[in-house]
Design a protein around this ligand. Structure first.
Ligand SMILES: [Zn+2]
Length: 658
């Protein structure tokens, strides 16, 4: 598993401000958001939050990682189901297998099944807990049921060839142990007999026709991985060195024109495949939200975005740019001959039994194709309202809001503020069989079982407005409109609300009260706003302090001033920052959480909306009515040790003096 040679943070953070890319070569998403390199630095002028009483704040500026031989990654906490034994296809039921093997009789089985049903536990686990079978027999029964040979990994000695074929990153991400590679057949051990999708992925990633699976316990898999890969981890640097020394790949350095066959050939070269596999798997393992491949005049960059911040990885040789983008195109079923037009595609992987959806966007630039891959890993986003960081009292109010039979509920904030996650989590909670939920989104990010989701397509004029109009003819109860951008969409949303539907949507405004003025500015009549809007939530995402290196400190008067606080106001309050440790790649941060403000529209506010009150007046009234503003929510998150002063200042600086 992870050791000091682990390549994982071959990432070094972008220096503040970053080197400006060559003109015209800027990829779309890198430009969309200010590069939060040295992310903790707030843009406030004169701000100097870097040094906390002389101690440097741990920021993603990990000097030690610049060489690419950074700190080990934390082991992924995800676990794959061990004793799950769902009846699939023509397979025998697990209970029947237990009886057939003579591990228990019918009566005992009935008791086990009863308990499994009542406690919602897998049958195998219950049988073990009741002492009917031991772990070994459980494995034997699972193997029997799924037609898989059970392997004893203690005796396994994988050959150097098979370890070379299946690198450590791949084995640990997929939780498989490579056993042998003979006659073009790869034999692996898996811990979850239902995780056959992993086998398909390996076949595709490694370009191997036959992969045979054997069964072992998840514990044995993890122990064996640690043993067999000790000291053998391959880093991105190793692969890049290998590529640079490869005469076949090296000699194309002087390429002027490339023909299709050459490109196809290069895309399929083993080292290129290996590099892309490694980059993807590391991205998934590190919970990156986006992976960027960026061609500039003299270099080719690879960057990850984790928790909203871009990190640079060791750059591959510039001359491989075409091979890399071609390989990604092949994987996402795009046209590799088309190099002048943008293309969109997707790659689906199955990691640890969970689907990971990768949305590929290819943009031709001055120096080649810029490729950006959005990683949508459902296991990272739990879509659970309890987990998005809404404070308990506010959550109770929000739940009352979303349970209303009709009206419009808005979530506001800039791009990347987590609005979609909040709304998906709300829908997830409202998703019951007796209600029909339809969404129209751009793009559909996660498919939720039981919800009808419609993707916007501007090319054929399928806009939010036109989709929404059709949705109303589909007999919905609850509707999600990805965003209200124009009067037409706003009007249809209002119409939907007035005809007895609840409508969820988002607006790009900095705070909740501004949403009212935005709708008014779009041209929506105030009486329609008061008749339909029930509540508005504004939100931001802040990086959480790493729990393993959280440290208390005394902020300077200067830092407090940035939050608009006087030292006497914070007497007795505690402040924390992350010192930086292995678990957080020395960034001091791990994961993100939301900070929120919620406005419930009451009669007082309705009167003000009707009489055309300004945003400032509306805001003052909201605060009078007990609204906890974004900045205040941020302060609470700071005092609770969840986040840092810098994060809150950066994310709420626009609301200052609002
Ligand atoms: Zn840490």
């Amino acid at each position: 598993m992870a050791t000091p040679n682990d390549p994982v943070p071959p990432k070094k953070p972008i220096p503040p401000g970053g080197k400006p890319p060559a003109p015209g070569a800027k990829p779309p998403s890198a430009g969309a958001k200010p590069q939060a390199g040295a992310g903790a630095k707030p843009p406030a002028p004169g701000a100097k939050p870097q040094a906390i009483q002389g101690k440097p704040v741990a920021k993603p500026t990990v000097a030690a990682n610049k060489a690419g031989n950074g700190k080990p990654l934390a082991k992924p906490a995800k676990k794959i189901g061990g004793g799950k034994a769902a009846p699939v296809g023509g397979k025998r039921r697990f209970g029947q297998v237990l009886v057939d093997l003579g591990f228990c009789d019918e009566d005992q089985l009935w008791e086990v099944l009863e308990e499994a049903k009542n406690t919602a536990q897998p049958v195998g686990q219950v049988a073990v807990a009741r002492g009917l079978i031991n772990e070994e027999q459980l494995l034997q029964a699972l193997g029997e049921q799924h037609g898989l040979k059970v392997v004893n990994l203690q005796e396994a000695k994988p050959s150097p060839e098979v370890l070379q074929l299946v690198p450590e990153t791949m084995a640990s991400v997929y939780k498989v142990v490579p056993i042998s590679f003979k006659d073009k057949v790869l034999t692996i051990a898996i811990g979850d007999p239902n995780n056959l999708a992993a086998i398909d992925d390996l076949r595709n990633l490694l370009n191997i026709n036959e992969v045979q699976a054997q069964l072992a316990t998840p514990q044995a898999i993890s122990d064996t991985l640690t043993r067999i890969y000790a000291g053998k981890e391959e880093s991105i640097i190793d692969i890049i060195t290998e590529i640079e020394n490869n005469p076949e790949l090296g000699k194309r350095r002087a390429e002027t024109s490339i023909d299709l066959e050459d490109m196809m050939e290069m895309a399929n070269e083993a080292p290129v495949r290996k590099l892309i596999n490694m980059v993807f798997l590391l991205g998934i393992k590190d919970h990156a939200s986006d992976i960027h491949f960026e061609p500039f005049e003299d270099e080719y960059k690879m960057r990850y975005r984790c928790d909203g911040v871009l990190y640079e990885m060791v750059p591959p040789p510039r001359h491989l740019a075409n091979a890399i983008s071609s390989r990604i195109k092949v994987m996402s079923n795009l046209d590799i001959a088309e190099r002048r037009l943008p293309q969109d595609g997707r790659i689906e992987l199955n990691v640890g039994g969970n689907p990971v959806d990768m949305r590929v966007s290819i943009l031709p630039t001055m120096f080649g194709e810029s490729v950006v891959i959005r990683v949508l890993d459902r296991t990272v986003v739990s879509l659970d309202l309890n987990k998005v960081g809404i404070p308990v009292e506010m959550l109770a109010e929000f739940r009352q809001l979303i349970a209303k039979p009709n009206g419009i509920i808005l979530v506001t904030g800039p791009t990347g503020a987590g609005k979609t996650t909040t709304l998906y989590s709300a829908l997830n909670e409202l998703n019951v069989i007796s209600d029909k939920i339809i969404t129209t989104e751009d793009p559909v990010e996660y498919d939720i079982d039981g919800i009808v989701q419609c993707q916007i397509n501007h090319e054929i004029d399928l806009t939010f407005a036109s989709a929404l109009r059709s949705i109303l003819r589909q007999d919905p109860d609850k509707i999600l409109v990805g965003e209200i951008r124009d009067l037409e969409t706003a009007q249809i949303a209002v119409q939907a609300s007035l005809t007895g539907h609840i409508v969820f949507s988002t607006l790009h405004t900095n705070d909740a009260p501004s949403a009212i003025t935005r709708l008014r500015d779009m041209g929506l009549e105030p009486y329609l706003i008061t008749a339909t809007i029930e509540g508005i939530m504004a939100q931001r995402l802040v990086r959480k302090i790493c729990e393993d290196c959280r440290t208390e400190f005394e902020p300077s008067a200067e830092m407090l001033m940035e939050l608009g606080l006087r030292p006497e106001e914070v007497r007795g309050k505690k402040f924390y920052y992350g010192r930086g440790c292995d678990r957080c790649n020395n960034t001091g941060h791990r994961g993100r959480t939301g900070i929120y403000e919620l406005v419930i529209i009451n009669d007082d506010l309705r009167d003000m909306i009707s009489s055309g009150s300004s945003t400032d007046d509306l805001r003052a009234a909201c605060l009078r009515n007990g609204m906890v503003g974004l900045r205040e929510s941020g302060l609470r998150a700071i005092y609770n040790g969840v986040t840092t002063i810098e994060e809150v200042v950066r994310e709420t600086v626009l609301d200052d003096e609002a």
